[in-house]
Unconditional design. Structure first.
Length: 164
């Protein structure tokens, strides 16, 4: 049988007990209720026995991202460079790049089969299919860094968080 704090036992942090209720079997105990606060069997409100955790301090504002660095990274690495400015955008363009590479591989393979191997010359032109993705990654990366900076400035000026 468990003991209440009055009988020498200890309250369990986070234990849920009835407000103002003390049962004889010592299964619930409210040390703040006082003597005679509730009769056994009385339906009373329940609340946690342990105090609530302390409130956390607000997070500091995020640092600004350089649009120049975003341009350089996307110019050199394409969609991988977008990981600096926008992870979601980078994952989208990486997925589009993978799908496009598979489609181009299938098309070049089918053309090579239909032309008895002479269509394999198209493999040289296959990287040109990625040029629009490379250009889109540069534009998207620079815009994402710029929008991030606008949100940070709005947060610092006290206007509040801008919409995503």
């Amino acid at each position: 049988m468990t003991q209440t704090p009055q009988q020498g036992g200890h309250a369990i942090p986070g234990e849920v007990g009835a407000v103002g209720r003390h049962d004889g079997s010592a299964r619930s105990y409210d040390p703040l209720a006082g003597p005679g606060a509730g009769a056994p069997g009385q339906v009373v409100a329940w609340r946690p026995v342990a105090p609530p955790p302390p409130r956390m301090a607000p997070l500091p504002p995020a640092a600004e991202k350089s649009v120049g660095i975003a341009f350089l990274l996307t110019f050199l690495f394409g969609p991988l460079g977008m990981l600096y400015s926008t992870v979601t955008g980078a994952l989208v363009l990486i997925a589009v790049t993978v799908v496009l590479a598979i489609v181009v591989g299938i098309v070049v393979g089918l053309i090579s089969l239909a032309t008895f191997g002479f269509g394999a010359v198209l493999v040289v032109l296959a990287p040109l299919a990625g040029a629009p993705i490379w250009i889109a990654s540069i534009i998207w990366g620079c815009l994402a860094a710029s929008r991030h900076n606008e949100r940070v400035r709005a947060q610092l000026s006290g206007v509040g968080r801008a919409g995503y």
